[in-house]
Design a protein around this ligand. Structure first.
Ligand code: DGL
Length: 269
């Protein structure tokens, strides 16, 4: 199975695209809903929580885990890849979503001005500035942290006046920093769930960039380049859902994101 991890419900936006392009593969989704949001937590805490989640997914038989969470990708991935995998799990792989996104982002802007919206953790890590700088040094990248957006999503407040207020406030702040921005990357997997509020706040000529399509295409590419990994992945077209909160909480929340009729399992991380 392919493990897909997020701090909460946000990674479902990535899982949806993974399932669309890899319908025959089996997936296990793990949301650390009981401890979300991760966005404002310290490096140490995000690393510890993410590693616990990765261990859980490994113990369920996943040879490959995708961190469908920018905060975890920005803050925990490198340490897991360098300090844990070679010693404890040399035959397993953990992939993130920051680098694959950075590799593609240049295609979305005509004028070379990109906006990046993410959690406080992702923005302060500087990961996008560094990674985009590797692949597209000519791009002007402006970041802005939106600390209210994940709690809005996790608490089912999408579509409310409060959601519109906070989304507009942050979008306006980003655009004020660089009015020439012509493409905005949603660098948090929760943010696509606020798409209508974001579109309403953005000038119409600005393009929105979603990570789901990018990550899905990059995963296909990864599996083509790693047939030995591909051969280890089961292909029954099934998806299992795990959560660190109660199964009822997850099932109800997933329903709000268009995933119906699932039965989740509660796990202690
Ligand atoms: N959805 C996650 C991300 O992509 C993290 C949200 C959070 O827990 O703060 O950054």
């Amino acid at each position: 199975m392919i493990g897909v991890f997020d701090s909460g419900f946000g990674g479902l936006s990535i899982l949806k695209d993974l399932r669309r392009v890899l319908p025959e593969y089996d997936f296990v989704y793990l949301g650390d809903n009981a401890r979300a949001p991760y966005g404002s937590r310290t490096f140490e805490t995000i690393f510890r929580y993410t590693l616990q989640a990765v261990r859980e997914l490994f113990s369920r038989g996943c040879p490959l885990v995708i961190l469908a969470c920018n905060t975890a990708s920005a803050k925990a991935l490198r340490s897991i890849q360098q300090d844990i995998l070679p010693y404890e799990f040399p035959d397993r792989r953990v992939l993130g979503i920051v680098r694959p996104t950075a590799e593609e982002i240049g295609k979305f802007s005509r004028g070379g001005h990109i906006g990046v919206l993410g959690t406080a953790g992702t923005v302060s890590s500087g990961s996008y500035l560094i990674e985009i700088g590797h692949f597209f040094p000519e791009l002007k990248v402006t970041q802005h942290a939106c600390p209210m957006w994940v709690p809005i999503v996790e608490n089912g407040e999408r579509g409310t006046e409060g959601a519109r207020f906070f989304v507009k406030k942050d979008v306006d702040a980003l655009m004020a920093s660089d009015p020439q921005i012509d493409a905005v990357l949603l660098a948090c997997t929760h943010y696509p769930l606020l798409e209508s509020e974001i579109r309403a706040a953005l000038p119409p000529q600005v393009r929105l960039v979603f990570q789901g399509d990018i990550v899905a295409a990059k995963t296909i590419d990864y599996l083509k380049r790693h047939p030995e990994m591909d051969a280890r992945l089961s292909k029954g077209g099934k998806t299992a859902y795990l959560t660190s909160d109660t199964a009822e909480f997850f099932e109800k929340g997933a329903f709000l994101f268009g995933i119906e009729g699932i039965s989740a399992e509660s796990v202690a991380l």
